[in-house]
Ligand binder design. Structure first.
Ligand SMILES: *Cc1c(COP(=O)(O)O)cnc(C)c1O
Length: 425
């Protein structure tokens, strides 16, 4: 049996433990929801205040040049590139994940419009916004969206498929695709790939270029700690970069916005992903968040920090799984997330036929913040726990499971106040 002393010994040996000092975490909280909203970097309030008081307040319009506001989406994109296996100049930070998905999927569909292919494949279990965006785009552009289950890959890939659109790490189950193998299988039948990295960027190593992926987008406010509604990012492989068609052809994606010409001429590379004037204050917050992840670079010889973070993330999730199995047997909890490291993101999900929502609420009342996701025909309701190695330690994992044990053993979760649904779960 694993003990609290074992967990403390792991903390004592953890090379990354000082990285927690980069964050402001509320007293008495074990935060297992960094996969929904990352925590506040200590540097963010001062940096945002500086942007407001100095760059906006004093610099005013001059700050577009003097404070380098103008190229901020590209500068932050270069930082994100280090985390997702891309090169400088290949990523921009802008707009929301949903809007960026619209742009990249449109671009991929445009590329396939004369190919005779009419199918877009995605997973039934994909995040709903991804499916909604794909549904509306397919309707508008004359394609058919077909929803599949993971186990149908690669068999469903045929010459009819125009685009395979997947989320790399599933938001509910934490299961991770083999990006390189799936991309190769898609390319073998002539399909393009669109990858959503919402639960991957800053969470697991991603190798966009090595995988030869076509298009990718990701989220700024989850593992990148950019703040609520932080701008997202978009990437395209260089083989498409000078050619892809972006539907939201605003002036910020123009090759020379300040020439004010009447006709659109797209910027040469990923710059054309931009649409309108960028939210500078939000981008400043996002930069503080990205920097907290890049701080891990010091521990893995400049690989963006993801090798070091990944090792700790797997150790944390392994420990959580082991402790739940040792300490909560016969409590109706089933492990949903794959045990196999190569198939696991940075979260662990447990399903339970009854009470998943209320158990999560009871844990939150005790300061252990995870979240709940409704089940479906194939899977009961889910208790979801995200593990961000930047600020979580092994004793935190012990304590979280200790609370879970108590909530289940005492039946505390059955109290009425834990069974009333809130608007945001
Ligand atoms: C979180 C998440 C999003 C969020 O999209 P927004 O536009 O930021 O609301 C989209 N897709 C996936 C897969 C996500 O996990």
């Amino acid at each position: 049996m694993t003990t609290i002393e074992d967990c403390r010994a792991l903390d004592a040996q953890d090379p990354l433990r000082a990285l927690r000092d980069q964050f402001t975490l509320p007293e008495g909280v074990i935060y297992l929801d960094g996969n929904s909203l990352g925590v506040l970097p200590k540097a963010a309030p001062a940096r945002i205040a500086e942007v407001v008081a100095q760059e906006w307040g004093q610099g005013l319009i001059r700050s577009w040049n003097t404070a380098s506001w103008f190229d901020l989406p590209q500068r932050l994109g270069d930082k994100v590139a280090r985390l997702v296996g891309a090169a400088p100049g290949e990523v921009v930070c802008t707009d929301s994940t949903s809007v960026n998905l619209y742009k990249v999927l449109f671009a991929a569909l445009s590329q396939q419009k004369d190919s005779g292919r009419r199918l877009v494949l995605s997973e039934r279990s994909n995040f709903p916004t991804d499916l909604y965006i794909a549904e509306s785009l397919c309707r508008e552009r004359g394609f058919e969206l077909r929803l599949i289950d993971e186990r149908e890959l690669p068999g469903v890939l045929t010459e009819e498929v125009a685009v395979l659109m997947l989320t790399h790490v599933n938001y509910r189950t934490g299961a991770m695709h083999d990006m390189k193998a799936v991309t190769a299988a898609a390319h073998a039948v002539g399909a393009l790939t669109v990858w959503d990295l919402a639960h991957s960027a800053g969470a697991v190593p991603v190798a966009l270029n090595e995988s030869q992926a076509d298009y990718a987008i990701g989220c700024g406010y989850k593992y990148l700690n950019g703040g609520p509604g932080a701008p997202a990012f978009a990437w395209v492989h260089t083989r498409h970069a000078g050619k892809f068609e972006q539907p939201l052809a605003g002036w910020w994606g123009h090759a020379a916005p300040f020439e004010f010409t009447p006709h659109y001429r797209p910027a040469p590379g990923v710059g054309r992903y931009l649409c309108g004037t960028q939210p500078i204050i939000a981008l400043a917050g996002l930069e503080c968040g990205i920097d907290t992840v890049l701080a891990a670079e010091a521990f893995d010889a400049g690989q963006g920090g993801m090798a070091a973070l990944r090792a700790k993330s797997l150790a944390l999730t392994d420990l959580f799984i082991r402790l739940v199995e040792e300490r909560c047997p016969d409590q109706g909890l089933s492990l949903v997330t794959p045990r196999e490291h190569a198939r696991r993101g940075s979260q662990v999900c447990l399903s339970r036929k009854e009470g998943a929502y209320a158990i999560v609420q009871a844990l939150i009342a005790r300061g252990v913040i995870g979240d709940y996701r409704a089940g479906d025909a194939q899977m009961p309701d889910i208790l979801r726990f995200g593990f961000t190695p930047l600020y979580l330690g092994f004793e935190d994992v012990w304590n979280a499971v200790e609370h879970l044990v108590q909530v289940l053993d005492t039946g505390e979760w059955q109290r009425p106040e834990f069974n009333r649904k809130n608007a945001v779960t």
